[in-house]
Design a binder for this molecule. Structure first.
Ligand SMILES: [Zn+2]
Length: 304
C-alpha cells in the first residue's frame, strides 16, 4: 500500500511516497511558508497529495508535523506562532473530507522516535528515549514499543526540564532550562562568544586535536547534556538513548563522547542494558515514523 508522506517543519516540508515496509520513493523538499498560516499549509498538503496521486496509487496520507498533536483526533493541540492559526486545527478531518483518503498525523519528535524504534519487540530499542538536539531540545519516550503521550499529548517537553534554578532565561519564560545549556544552538553561541567567525565543524576539529581552550568549552556543554540525560535515565531506565537533530551530524566521535560523559557518574545497574547512539535514519526518521504512526493508528481504529 502506498502512502503520501509529509514531514512538516517550521522551514521546510519534506515529502514523498512510502510503503508500510518503510521504503521511500520520490523524496522532495518545498518551503513550508509557515508565515502564511495553518489554513494555507493544510491547503498545500492537499495540493501536493493531489500532485503525487497523478503518478502513484496513493491510499492514505501520513504526516509528521511540528506542534503538539492529538493523534487520535488528528488535531493540532498547540503550535507556536511560527505557523499562525495552526493551533486547534483538525488537520485529519479537513484533509479526509477534501481528499477522501485516510489521514493520520503525529508530532515530529514522536515520529522521529517511531522511526528509530525497532519493529522487533525483543530488540534493545524497545524502551527508547529519543532526543532532538538542535535549536532547542525535544524528547519522546517509547515504553514497551508505544509512544508515551501523557494526559494532554504534551509528554516529552524535556527541553524545559530545570537544570540550573535561576539560570539562563528561556523562551518559555523560566530560567535554567535544559535546552538553554545543552542545545546545539547553545554550543554554537558559546563558540562564537570566543570567536564570532568560528563554526561548529571547525571547532569540533580543534576539540579532537586536543586544543585546551576548545576542549574545556566543549566539556562544559557536554557535562550539562550528560547531567540532563542522567536524570532522564534514572526516571525511565531506557535501554536506548537515541540522539537526533542537527548535532547528530557530528558522527561516531560525538556518540562516544556523550556515552563516556553520561556513564561516568551513572549508577552501575542503569548501565547494564543501556546503549547511547546517534539516530540511524538521519533526516528520514520523521518520514519513516509518520508511516509507522499511520499503521498504528489505522490498526487502533480497526481499519486494518
Ligand atoms: Zn524553557
Amino acid at each position: 500500500m502506498l502512502l503520501a508522506v509529509f514531514d512538516i517543519g517550521g522551514t521546510n516540508i519534506k515529502y514523498g511516497v512510502g510503503d508500510s515496509e518503510g521504503y521511500l520513493v520520490v523524496e522532495k523538499v518545498t518551503s513550508t511558508e509557515a508565515f502564511k498560516g495553518g489554513g494555507k499549509l493544510v491547503g498545500r498538503i492537499k495540493t501536493l497529495t493531489k500532485d503525487l496521486q497523478k503518478d502513484w496509487a496513493i491510499e492514505g496520507v501520513a504526516i509528521s508535523t511540528a506542534g503538539s498533536i492529538d493523534s487520535k483526533a488528528g488535531k493540532v493541540i498547540y503550535a507556536t506562532e511560527t505557523i499562525p492559526g495552526y493551533s486547534g486545527m483538525n488537520v485529519k478531518q479537513i484533509l479526509e473530507t477534501e481528499l477522501q483518503l485516510p489521514v493520520e498525523l503525529e508530532n515530529d519528535v514522536h515520529c522521529g522516535a517511531l522511526g528509530e524504534l525497532s519493529k522487533d519487540v525483543s530488540s534493545d530499542a524497545h524502551n527508547l528515549l529519543f532526543l532532538t538536539i538542535g535549536t532547542g531540545i525535544g524528547g519522546s519516550l517509547a515504553l514497551n514499543g508505544q509512544i508515551h503521550k501523557g494526559s494532554t499529548h504534551l509528554a516529552g517537553a524535556i527541553g524545559h526540564m530545570n537544570l540550573y534554578p535561576n539560570g539562563r532565561l528561556c523562551l518559555c519564560g523560566q530560567r535554567g532550562c535544559f535546552e538553554q545549556y545543552a542545545s546545539a544552538s547553545r554550543l554554537e553561541q558559546k563558540i562564537q562568544e570566543v570567536n564570532p567567525q568560528q563554526q561548529l565543524p571547525a571547532f569540533m576539529e580543534k576539540v579532537k586535536c586536543g586544543d585546551n581552550a576548545s576542549v574545556k568549552l566543549f566539556h562544559e556543554w557536554l557535562d550539562d547534556l550528560a547531567l540532563g540525560l542522567q536524570s532522564l535515565i534514572y526516571i525511565w531506565n531506557p535501554d536506548s538513548v537515541v540522539i537526533g537533530g542537527g548535532i547528530s551530524a557530528q558522527g561516531k566521535w560525538l556518540e562516544q563522547e556523550i556515552e563516556k560523559a553520561v556513564f561516568r557518574n551513572l549508577l552501575d545497574p542503569f548501565k547494564e542494558k543501556l546503549t547511547i547512539r546517534l539516530a540511524k535514519n538521519g533526516n528520514r526518521s520523521n518520514l519513516l515514523g509518520a508511516i509507522k504512526n499511520y499503521e498504528l493508528q489505522q490498526v487502533r481504529r480497526g481499519a486494518k
